[in-house]
Ligand binder design. Structure first.
Ligand SMILES: [Zn+2]
Length: 311
């Protein structure tokens, strides 16, 4: 069926270069409004299961087989194909410091440089920390994909962790007592479930595998990395976010409520029904042009009003 559905596209190369799979290509289709709602639940609940199910219905493969980096990559494909303007969501705390007078006015650094310490003290000018914490949606993020190196070899008995164990961990607290060991147990090659891997870890040679996994954990840097310009809304400080793209920050989180409100606005203004299987990108584009039209109309009304007042 997928073969005859023109919405499916070939994803191209994966960060792992398909080295660990039976399949050698992935076909994927963009999200619908329905998928956006699933995405929203997945991100708000921090549930990999939801995200995995989302990829199950939008690709031709079983996402549980994917290693973490490839899973993030397949999700990341949707930034471009399921959202207008390839957005990225960033939670950021501003670390800017600046001088403030008693009234809370921010003072220019050049001005401060000309003042003596005693003068500043006398005038009650203090060095303040911004500390503003907000969620931003940046649109000009640059994403870089690094492919796995040709010489990457893992020690005997280890394999790159797959989404299967993450999804399993989503639904249980059976392993919580293992704490920091959980991510290391995910590296054990044998068995299918976390329980299988845990059993291997408990057996002969298990401790050795765990210590090797610990060494491998931060050794490989393939997958997605992004840089995005950002500006503090509180103090105007500009910075650049440079980070590894992760499961829960790879796609923007529109809340269920905001999706339904947008849907309602689009339907009311166009006086038409928008089905849930409409492409998310088309729907978001429709909504943003609606907002734009509203703003323009408001501005025209304001100009008319001002003209009227002058007469
Ligand atoms: Zn700030």
């Amino acid at each position: 069926m997928i073969q005859t559905d023109s919405r499916y596209r070939d994803l191209g190369e994966l960060p792992s270069k398909f080295r660990y799979y039976d399949f050698k290509r992935i076909l994927s289709r963009p999200f619908t409004i329905d998928d956006m709602l699933t995405l929203s639940t997945g991100i708000s609940l921090k549930s990999v299961s939801y995200l995995s199910r989302l990829l199950e219905v939008t690709t031709n493969i079983d996402p549980l087989d994917l290693i973490d980096q490839d899973f993030i990559y397949v999700l990341g494909w949707h930034r471009v194909y399921s959202f207008p303007k390839a957005p990225t969501t960033v939670t950021w705390t501003c670390n800017n410091t600046f001088y403030e007078d008693r009234r809370g006015n921010q003072l220019d650094n050049k001005l401060i440089a000309r003042m003596s310490d005693t003068y500043r003290k006398r005038r009650g000018i203090k060095l303040e920390q911004c500390g503003s914490k907000r969620i931003y949606i940046a649109h000009q993020a640059k994403v870089k994909t690094t492919l796995i190196g040709d010489n990457v070899e893992l020690p005997e008995g280890l394999a790159f962790p797959t989404i299967r164990t993450l999804v399993e961990l989503d639904d249980t607290d059976d392993y919580d007592h293992l704490g920091d060991l959980i991510p290391l147990i995910r590296w054990i090659k044998g068995g299918v479930t976390m329980q299988d891997k845990f059993d291997i870890a408990k057996g002969a040679g298990g401790a050795d595998l765990i210590s090797k996994a610990r060494m491998m954990q931060d050794k490989f840097h393939f997958g997605l990395r992004e840089t995005a310009p950002i500006e503090c809304l509180n103090c105007g400080h500009k910075a650049v976010i440079d980070r590894e793209v992760e499961v829960f920050n790879v796609l923007p989180n529109n809340s269920e409520k905001s999706i339904l409100t947008m849907l309602d606005n689009v339907m009311q203004s166009n006086n038409t029904l928008v089905p849930y299987n409409t492409s998310s990108k088309a729907f978001l584009f429709l909504h943003s042009s609606l907002v734009k039209r509203h703003k323009e109309a408001e501005q025209r009304a304001l100009i008319r009003k001002n003209k009227g007042n002058r007469k």
